[in-house]
Design a protein around this ligand. Sequence first.
Ligand SMILES: [Zn+2]
Length: 425
Amino acid sequence: MHHPRHRIRSFRRPLALAGATALVIATMASASSTIPLSSRASAGPVSAPRGTGLAPCRIPATMGVQMSEGIPTPHGYTRSTGQVRALNLMIDFPDAPAKEPATDRLAEFFPQTSDWFHTSSYGRLDYVPEAPVKDWLRMPLPFSEYGIERGSPYEPGYRKLVKDLVTVADPKVDFSAYDLVNVLVTPNAGPSALDTVLSVTFSGNDEAPSADGVPLSNTSFVYSRQDDGSGSYEETGYRVLPHENGHVFGLPDLYTMEGGGAVGHWDIMSEDWGANNDLLGWHKWKLGWLSDDQVSCASATGTSEHTLGPLATPGGPKLAFVPVTAESGYAVEVRTPGGNDEAVCRPGVLIYKVSSDVDTGQGPVAVADSTRNSGGCTRRPNVHAELSDAPFEPGETFNDRSNGIRISVLDKDADDNYRIRITRP
Ligand SMILES: [Zn+2]
């Protein structure tokens, strides 16, 4: 989870938001029917040029939204391409002294986290983890005195914790040398992650305490262990950190009060437990991991055809977007097993609505389910089952009748390149 980047803008959106979110989901629910494509009359679809005319598809961030899906990401977050140096600090407390070497805690997250970013970004993000202090940094106050709970705001507990951390670490650390900070808390401080997930990121926070002349404005805190008892912790337990770091790069939470029901396991900002998963193509474009020439924008009236390759493999066309309003549209991409996606059980074309005017945790993305109420195809623990078979297969069509938008999957070749036809008013 994350916290508002600016307290001053952190007002709760009014009740109308719940209505808006429900509307998005209701629109999605009118989706999916299979039609015989060959019988459809066609005026001859045009092949959409990629990388040009993308402006209508860059739906912008909206005023009053704390953390938005909009493009571009506002200033203040950590840049998400090139070399990024991550400072890792391991901390414990007088009432929760660590029971293992600090380097063991570090090894729960690395090198997996940097490998995850390398794979997801196709090598465009070079995430360099550093730990200049190899021992635990002992905080001056007991853990309980900082008043850290799930959803705790930055003031006053986290501000106090960061100030104390700076005081203790500053003699040994040049904070100005790093782009983001990971605070890896001894797992015996606070509740088990099975009870309460405390892990949190404060991103774009210019009012954070400074050290060596720079504010610690993009800082992730990881508590406890996301160990579900299935025996997979060593393979999957690190995944909370790429989720939290997603926030320092400006990505919102995609899970809602109802959990992963809006996006399922199709993005690590939705579900960071269990089997490895990747990011949505929309997020990769937002982060600069897909370049403009890998994206096509279906903004023109009529029918266009798009060929998309699997998101898991580097290079080539990956994302088509259908703008619907100034703040929303449908993203279309191909998801197959590979790369960071290890739990894909129904490969195909994933279609989802992106709304830049819906805030983090309120459902800014909603996946369209091609097989509603199927129960899903996965048996993996901690993977949202119903949406696991959401992708559309050749011969299937997504239909948004209220907006007159149809997205049909025509066919695929042996390399899983899918041909898609988009019709819009
Ligand atoms: Zn989060």
